[in-house]
Design a protein around this ligand. Sequence first.
Ligand SMILES: Cc1ncc(COP(=O)(O)O)c(C=O)c1O
Length: 405
Amino acid sequence: MKEIAGNTYIRQDNEDIFIDSYHLHELIDLFDTPLMIFIENRIRDNIRDFNDVFGNIFETYEGFYSLKANYLPSICNIISSERMGGEIISLPELKVALNAGFSPERIIVGGPYLPDDLIEISLKHSIKELIIYNLEDLERVQEIAEKHHIIQNICLRINSMKYESKLGIKITDTNANRIETAFSKCSNLKFTTLLSHYGTQMNHVNQFLENLDTIINAIKILKKHGIEIKRINIGGGFPEATVMPKKQLIRIAKALNASLQNKDINIEKIYVEPGRYIVGDSGIFIANVIKIAKNRWVFLNIGNHICPKFARCSLRFYNVSKIDASHKYKTNLAGIIPTDQDVLAKDYFFTEQVELYDKVLVTNVGAYCLTFSNRFPYRLPTIINIKGDEYEEIFNPANQHDFSI
Ligand SMILES: Cc1ncc(COP(=O)(O)O)c(C=O)c1O
């Protein structure tokens, strides 16, 4: 059997397509489109591969799935049952993570917006680390920690200095003084960790090395000011697992390790926060061709409301009604939002013949599509999870209305 989109769980045998062990045409008979399918075993494999690579290269590695990539409770349940912690940015997300069984000592929480209730509930649950993006937040965290007699480990998100990023704290000599002063007033807070997250869909080793350099420089500056940081968090930014082969992941992890050794940086822990790598290629859409217009414009019954550009997915399109036909004719794929801007792909290699109601498989939509989706007034897709030759319905728009938290 031939793999589709480089995914071992999407396979083709002549005209038959299997999603894990489920026959796609049976699903097409059972469900209306658009249908969103998650492949549980792909998520599990991705976690194991990621942990295997980083765990083998770094003895002190800990992985935290970035829930914002996909916070569906059923997906979180799968991830929490593997060896992975969670990275959280909001209170609704924290509740999902706790309900999904992530234990608080494997949860790190933080972001640019830290309301008091998020801080308080995080601290009361004894989460592993609180991540601070703005030094001004420290005082509030201290007050809450003091009130509850809690000593909290703190990670500072540092500014990656890429494109003048607005997020995080720039570590300069002046700011190091401010940090020192700020922590000296916060006896319940322990500054343990530095986080730098560089970007998304990073394919090159150098991008990861530049990110690490930002952290190393910050460690050195802080050291001059008497602050010793022994834990680092390199964030996420890995592409879908089908896009980044395991050997490239190994190259990245080895290069990071070599860089730390060459620069004589001793760390106690290295944290990584993958989102897209874990779930990106576990998600697919089945959509219908609903219109064919001139200049090979093919309209699908999905669009940027549910498959948004903002999600930066490595979208791949297959005409599953004509899967044996060669996909080599440049085609433009549009969505159903009534604006010319709803373009899913331009000049995409697709089948020469395209007919109304052909079914189209769209791969790599497991990360950020749902997170960045909006409330455009179309019915949401049914969402199912496939494991082996069984499926479970995890979202039914007819009675659940919304999957947001
Ligand atoms: C701080 C941080 N960590 C991790 C991630 C996850 O990134 P990715 O899904 O690209 O791995 C993000 C995504 O924006 C992030 O901002």
